[in-house]
Design a protein around this ligand. Structure first.
Ligand code: AKG
Length: 295
């Protein structure tokens, strides 16, 4: 579907102006979307998992752990596949609140792609360099949108996600280094071309939903507070978008239609996307690990 087709459907949760801002800028932040009781339950689940991580070490299906993780000082960088780790995360992913926001941005037929719960700890451990998401999990079109839920208030100091306005309409930059290895971020030369100074911080109170188009250049910086910043991220696409490469972060629900109907026809966008590594062969840990190590 084109943005015009999508906007011709009446809005469900977002205002028409917020939907237009998303298509113009490639992102939007909308406060007050997630009801307080849902937010409280998600937070409680998040705490439960942070607590469980105390008894975990090394590589784990769900926990991406920082190098100094210990039972006394848990350091979980990411809860992978939260929708498989606990049914409540799937209930939220497939529920009306999130799928109606997705439908406002991808059209009435919505497909679920993946999910993660990122933690940004005080200090600069979980910096995320400038990147575009779709390079890692390309689709036949560029409808995929990441919807993030701020579990706590996020101001300038918490290391908010920052997006470059209009970059979703620009080129997709390579995320391979000069040595041919995946780096997961733009090169310094491309950063210089990407108008990064115009980036906008997606701040907002707990319950804010941020939406980032899959082509939008974004990053996130140091958490300068003494509190961890959790960010629950769900990825959706229009039903007529099909992944054409193996996903780096598959879940048992990936590809499920969570609202509306299955597509009869695929929508192909002619803008090219570089072929990512074969994740099933090379493995994928997390963006933090990939960006630090160049895989
Ligand atoms: O957790 C964050 O602040 C940013 C995460 C991000 O950009 C990503 O996972 O693609």
């Amino acid at each position: 579907m084109t943005p015009e087709d999508i906007l011709s459907h009446p809005p469900l949760t977002l205002s028409q102006a917020q939907r237009e801002a998303y298509f113009r800028d490639g992102f939007v932040a909308v406060p007050g979307v997630v009801p307080p009781d849902t937010l409280a339950r998600i937070r409680a689940k998040s705490e439960e998992f942070l607590d469980k991580s105390r008894s975990v070490s090394g590589r784990h299906e769900f926990f991406d752990l920082g190098p100094n993780h210990s039972p006394e000082r848990p350091h979980v960088r990411r809860l992978r596949k939260p929708v498989d780790a606990d049914p409540y995360f799937w209930e939220v992913a497939a529920g009306d609140v999130m799928t109606s926001v997705a439908a406002d941005l991808v059209g009435p037929d919505v497909k679920f792609h993946s999910a993660k719960l990122n933690y940004k700890w005080p200090g600069s451990g979980e910096l995320v360099k400038w990147h575009q998401d779709i390079n890692a999990w390309p689709h036949t079109n560029y409808s995929p949108v990441t919807l993030g839920i701020h579990l706590d208030d996020v101001g300038e100091d918490e290391g908010p996600l920052a997006c470059v306005p209009g970059s979703h309409e620009g080129p997709l930059y390579s995320q391979f280094g000069a040595d041919g290895n995946w780096t997961g971020h733009l090169s310094a030369q491309d950063e210089a071309k990407a108008n990064l100074d115009s980036a906008v911080n997606l701040t907002g109170p707990a319950g804010t939903v941020i939406a980032i188009n899959c082509r939008t250049i974004h990053a996130s910086f140091a958490n300068r507070t003494n509190r961890v910043r959790p960010l629950l991220l769900y990825v959706y696409s229009s039903a007529d978008a099909f992944a054409w490469a193996v996903s780096p972060t598959p879940t048992s629900h990936s590809g499920e239609i969570v609202r509306g109907q299955r597509a009869r026809f695929v929508h192909m966008d002619s803008r090219p996307c570089e072929v990512p590594p074969e994740w099933d062969k090379v493995g994928y840990n997390s963006i933090f690990a990939a960006q630090k190590a160049g895989m």
